[in-house]
Design a protein. Structure first.
Length: 300
């Protein structure tokens, strides 16, 4: 079996790629690789100055557009400005274990950004997508549970990691239900997911700010054993361009999926629950006001 590296990313000339959160971390690396392979890459970022700085480090056809996934008005405006075909949408942007916060629409910040923002963006862009939708999840999904009674942490004390785990579980349930719907209507578009393993990115910033000796020791160990951003981006690229079926989930192939060459990996029982995936989709439609836009293809 050939180990997947960036050398396996094919020529992307003539293809358009949208990468959310592409100004830093694995999103920046993925965008950089795809642009170098000839794609027209749209860096969909909240901070245009940071996006421009990232674009300046890349070779190829790169464009920066503003997208704030924590504001559905911004998501709609971004989608409205995307008028041409999209060959690859990479839902990469995300938050990890911040203090309690709310999106512009009142959602808990991690659930609202990591899941609902990408849910709305994907469905708004889906009529233009002609290749693949890749959503970046996390091994933390294994500790997640969708609390349908209180998905936005309005009735119970906020706990940052369970909220993060819920949002990452939602990413995988979203991917599974999206693929089911795409298959149902006869669409050739594929939905896949990936996780970077333990990668040293700016997502760890909130943890670095912890002051307790135990937390600082944990972060020292994390940074010591974490793989680089470049290696962390490989599962995303694998899910984006490798010959894998819809619904696939890619991650590092090493110990506990923390690092190593990408391969298809498993997911928790909760992430395979079709009934919960359908219910989450319905709830997400109700919260965002965005619905699945594709109709069944006529029989040939």
């Amino acid at each position: 079996m050939t180990t997947f590296t960036t050398a396996q990313v094919p020529d992307m000339t003539g293809r358009t790629v949208v990468v959310t959160g592409a100004n830093s971390g694995i999103g920046r690396i993925a965008a950089q690789v795809l642009a170098a392979r000839g794609a027209h890459v749209v860096l969909a970022v909240r901070d245009l100055a940071k996006g421009a700085a990232a674009a300046a480090t890349m070779t190829g056809d790169v464009e920066v557009r503003r997208l704030d996934l924590a504001d559905l008005a911004s998501v709609r405006a971004f989608a409205q400005d995307c008028t041409g075909p999209i060959d690859l949408l990479i839902n990469n942007a995300g938050l990890m274990i911040p203090p309690l916060g709310r999106t512009a629409d009142g959602f808990e910040l991690q659930f609202g950004t990591n899941h609902l923002g990408h849910f709305a963006l994907t469905n708004l862009l889906l009529p233009q997508v002609r290749g693949r939708v890749v959503t970046v999840a996390s091994g933390a999904h294994r500790g997640g549970k969708i609390d349908f009674a209180d998905p936005n942490w309005e009735r119970r004390p906020y706990r940052a990691f369970p909220a993060y785990a819920q949002s990452k579980l939602a990413n995988l349930l979203f991917t599974a239900e999206l693929q089911r719907r795409l298959t149902e209507v006869g669409s050739p578009v594929r939905a896949t997911a990936a996780h970077p393993g333990l990668a040293s990115t700016n997502l760890l910033g909130h943890l670095d700010q912890q002051r307790s000796l135990w937390n600082r020791l944990q972060m020292t160990l994390v940074h010591r054993f974490a793989q680089s951003e470049a290696d962390g981006a490989l599962p995303t690229l694998y899910a984006a361009v490798a010959d894998v079926p819809g619904g696939s989930y890619a991650g590092p192939g090493g110990f506990l999926e923390g690092r190593g060459a990408p391969k298809l990996v498993g997911r928790s029982k909760a992430a395979r629950d079709e009934a919960v995936a359908r219910r989450l989709w319905t709830v997400s439609e109700e919260l965002t006001g965005v619905t699945f836009p594709l109709a069944a293809q006529p029989a040939r």
